[in-house]
Design a protein around this ligand. Sequence first.
Ligand SMILES: Cc1cc2nc3c(=O)[nH]c(=O)nc-3n(C[C@H](O)[C@H](O)[C@H](O)COP(=O)(O)OP(=O)(O)OC[C@H]3O[C@@H](n4cnc5c(N)ncnc54)[C@H](O)[C@@H]3O)c2cc1C
Length: 192
Amino acid sequence: MDNQHILQESRRLLYLVAALPRCDVCVIGSGPAGGVLSKELAERGAQVALVEAGRLMTPQDCHFHTWPYELPYRGTRLRGAPEAAYPPEVSEAIRYEQCDKIFVDRIRAVGGRSIHWNANCFRFSERDFRQWTVEGVEEDWPLTYQELVPEYSHVEKMIGVTGSREGLDVLPDGEYLPPLKLRCSEEIMRLG
Ligand SMILES: Cc1cc2nc3c(=O)[nH]c(=O)nc-3n(C[C@H](O)[C@H](O)[C@H](O)COP(=O)(O)OP(=O)(O)OC[C@H]3O[C@@H](n4cnc5c(N)ncnc54)[C@H](O)[C@@H]3O)c2cc1C
């Protein structure tokens, strides 16, 4: 490629880049962290590009309420098993060096792990932010629980968390909608 050619190609690329839509922030990953961050920034007027490596999931991808008899071969053979929503290399890509092997469930999907979480919305407690000081493990956070209280409240009200106020130090109460009715098994647990 001669110099003239390189110059032409560079100009062409510059025009292409100039024509691309501009954004103020690029958020990688549409899980609870990236999703909420993108929403908050966009609502405050920022142009946000949210990049997600996974695909859009449908209710057909989820088999939580499928009975074994509804699956071919009762789901006991590979042919009968539902197709995995994401490839095994996603969770197997973690490298462990001089540490215990811990299980990390990763997903590649729009919505991240909110696609298959249990919908428990707990706050960290004061002591969770000071694990090094209190227990001598991990590290203290650079933030305190009190500093994060307004953010917890904001998200709880935004997504509509329900629950009862129990007054427990280890599980601080949040800004809850009235609690849902307990299921039979939960009622038995409550009665002790
Ligand atoms: C079975 C299960 C049950 C759970 N239940 C609860 C619960 O009840 N309560 C609770 O508080 N927590 C629960 N959790 C934990 C909770 O789901 C996670 O803490 C939370 O989803 C983390 O959010 P995140 O946005 O940081 O990451 P993720 O939810 O993991 O989102 C990360 C996103 O980034 C994308 N991504 C990664 N790399 C790239 C890349 N290079 N380019 C583009 N995109 C990329 C991924 O595809 C994914 O969508 C549960 C987790 C699991 C697995």
